[in-house]
Design a binder for this molecule. Structure first.
Ligand code: ADE
Ligand code: ZN
Length: 341
């Protein structure tokens, strides 16, 4: 049989990606060695085998512990460059990248080191990899709101490089309203607003993020399905949800990929997008998530194309680039599928 041409992934935007969650074990070992840090694992394989989580907190414990290897501008530049190379190979044409300054400043690493390091890679990304980027400063919601406000103030010299603020880390018990003042200050500084809500936390947190914080997009949001009125509102207002299927399974928010509610969310008319969250930890990057949805849930080419289109529509790109990306997607030819033998 003649081989089929290699499928090129759909051009898409990745809107929910924590740069610290792209730290592959091999790079963690390189950076640990470079910075004279001892990792409590003998090999990258041994570290990878520790990636078994019972819930969000069990993941966050390891995620924050491993950030210790990131110390210098070069470390952050290497981390971001490695992600951008992989992202380009997965069809990502635009990436909106979270970073967690408090995970670094709490260890004595200056926020300027983080932003300048990431910017070294991001500044060349469009030209080198065809991936435009935005940075989203994410506050750790399990720390006091005063800490978040101080972080926003520390970020002020770098706001020309930061497009938005977000809210992540342990959700339950840390409702969005805790950050009302910080979000008001971020809005006044001209930043766009997003927040994680409805990952492990209740649907009420989604409504609160919209009403009290004034966010434009909800990260995760899968628990909206528990509240019919909320779903109706999210549909009516076409609030984008950045859903991360592999993450939801690995963090036990959903039992198996086959049980993921994404098809129900699409059927309800929600503006669903798909992202990878912390791809090094959750078993795949964004195109791997798309293909997982095809295999486990039977999503069609048309549905996958809709997800890619939604990602471009929900992104913070400027309008000329949005038009270019939509045109590129429209021109993308789906690879032929070999019929099942
Ligand atoms: N930080 C990194 N990944 C996260 C997730 N999935 N939820 C909350 N905080 C995070
Ligand atoms: Zn996330």
């Amino acid at each position: 049989m003649t081989p089929l041409p290699k499928a090129t992934p759909l051009p898409k935007a990745e809107l929910h990606l924590h740069i610290e969650g792209t730290l592959e074990p091999e790079l963690a070992f390189v950076l640990a060695e470079r910075n004279g840090i001892d990792l409590p694992y003998a090999t990258p394989e041994q570290l990878r085998s520790a990636y078994a989580f019972s819930d969000l907190q069990s993941f966050l414990d390891l995620y924050y512990r491993l950030t210790a290897v990131l110390r210098t501008e070069q470390d952050f530049a290497d981390l971001a460059e490695a992600y951008l190379v992989r992202a380009a190979g997965q069809g990502v044409r635009h990436a909106e990248i979270f970073f967690d300054p408090q995970a670094h400043t709490s260890r004595g690493v200056d926020i300027g080191t983080v932003v300048r390091g990431l910017a070294q890679a991001l500044d060349h990304s469009e030209e080198r990899h065809g991936v435009s980027t935005r940075l989203i400063l994410s506050f750790l919601r399990d720390l006091p709101a005063e800490d978040a406000m101080r972080t926003l103030d520390e970020a002020r010299p770098y706001l020309d490089r930061i497009s938005a603020v977000g809210l992540d880390s342990a959700e339950v018990g840390h409702p969005p309203a805790k950050f009302a003042e910080v979000y008001a200050a971020a809005r006044a500084a001209g930043l766009r607003l997003v927040a994680h809500a409805g990952e492990e936390g209740p649907p009420g947190y989604i409504a609160e993020a919209l009403d009290v914080l004034g966010v434009e997009r909800i990260d995760h949001g899968i628990r909206c399905l528990e509240d019919e009125d909320l779903v109706a509102r999210l549909v009516a207002e076409q609030i984008p949800l950045t859903v991360c299927p592999f993450s939801n399974v690995r963090l036990r928010c959903v039992d198996r990929l086959e049980d993921h509610p994404l098809p129900a969310m699409l059927a309800a008319g929600l503006l669903v997008t798909v992202s990878s969250d912390d791809p090094s930890y959750f078993g795949g990057y964004v195109e791997d998530n798309y293909q997982g949805l095809r295999t486990a849930l039977g999503l069609t080419d048309e549905q996958l194309r809709q997800l890619a289109r939604n990602s471009i529509l929900a992104s913070f790109v400027d309008e000329p680039r949005r038009e270019r990306l939509l045109a590129e997607l429209a021109a993308h030819v789906a690879p032929p599928h070999r019929p099942e033998a």
